[in-house]
Design a protein around this ligand. Structure first.
Ligand code: BT5
Length: 253
């Protein structure tokens, strides 16, 4: 905890051995009208209904780090979208310290190691828009998760710090390290905007300069991912046109 002295994130850390979803618990507290201090963190030992983006399931066995941070940023909606990239960079930077070869980011906010997913981030808004609204930033990291603890469908597509580093890692160290990094980048973003973070994001973005396919509705777009722009959009050159996308699932082809 000493490491988090002076940080907004992690002022209060509430631990549960099991929850449906830490994002859900954060939203329940907010919607019940409880005064939730900005920076409060909700952690669960395991989740029974962990979720990803677009209603997808997030596997959350014991041994992983599953938490949500409650924030109330005074930012425009366009800037809120950028926070997802800001936190991806923050999480990746911190996880780099546990990995011999470092990690990469898959736009907008997944952390990968050698082509396998190590961590994911889910940002959700909560509260009524005309009243103070909250942002719940959910982070899921496979820390001490063995390959056999990962569900069949993701066993080959996912990895963990334990698998990559070849030894168990102190989960509290991971939590404090990631929170400290998220706090640093949150402050940097509010003080200096996205530009300095964008450069770092691009430097560890796994598909920049590569040929990608992005699902869009029923179809998909294919082209070279030429840039991540100042708004956090992914810029794709299809050969015929330049397309900027603000959301979607990317695969390298
Ligand atoms: C994400 O979604 O990557 C966001 C994950 C956020 C999880 C945290 S845990 C704490 C907080 N509370 C919650 O309920 N959620 C947040 P998305 O980009 O949609 O990726 C989902 C996909 O990742 C799934 O469809 C699977 O293919 C894959 N997946 C599921 N569980 C995984 C795991 N543990 N490790 C790696 N990949 C996984």
């Amino acid at each position: 905890k000493a490491e988090l002295r002076g940080c907004l994130l992690g002022r209060d850390i509430i631990y549960y051995s099991q929850l449906d979803s830490t994002n859900e618990e954060a939203k329940r507290r907010i919607n019940a009208g409880c005064k939730v201090e900005e920076g409060t963190v909700i952690v669960a030992g395991r989740q029974t209904a962990g979720r990803g983006r677009m209603g997808r399931k997030w596997e959350s066995p014991a041994g992983g780090l599953w938490f949500s941070v409650v924030l109330s940023p005074e930012l425009a909606v366009s800037e809120l979208a950028l926070l997802s990239l800001v936190f991806a960079r923050a999480v990746a930077k911190s996880l780099d310290t546990f990995l011999p070869g470092g990690c990469q980011i898959k736009w907008p906010n997944d952390v990968y190691v050698k082509g396998r997913k190590l961590a994911g981030i889910l940002l959700e808004l909560s509260g009524e828009m005309d009243r103070a609204h909250y942002l719940v930033a959910g982070v899921g990291i496979n820390v001490n998760v063995a390959r056999e603890d990962l569900a069949g469908e993701i066993r080959d597509a996912a990895t963990s710090l334990y698998i990559e580093a070849g030894r168990k890692v102190d989960i509290n160290k991971v939590l404090t390290g990631v929170l400290k990094s998220m706090d640093d980048y949150y402050n940097l973003f509010r003080e200096r905007g996205f530009s300095p973070i964008r450069e770092e994001f691009k430097a560890c973005c796994m598909h920049l300069g590569r040929k990608v396919r992005v699902k869009r509705g029923e179809g998909y777009i294919e082209g070279i991912n030429e840039d991540i722009d100042f708004m956090g959009n992914m810029v794709i050159n299809t050969g015929k046109e330049i397309i900027r996308i603000s959301t979607g699932d990317v695969s390298i082809i």
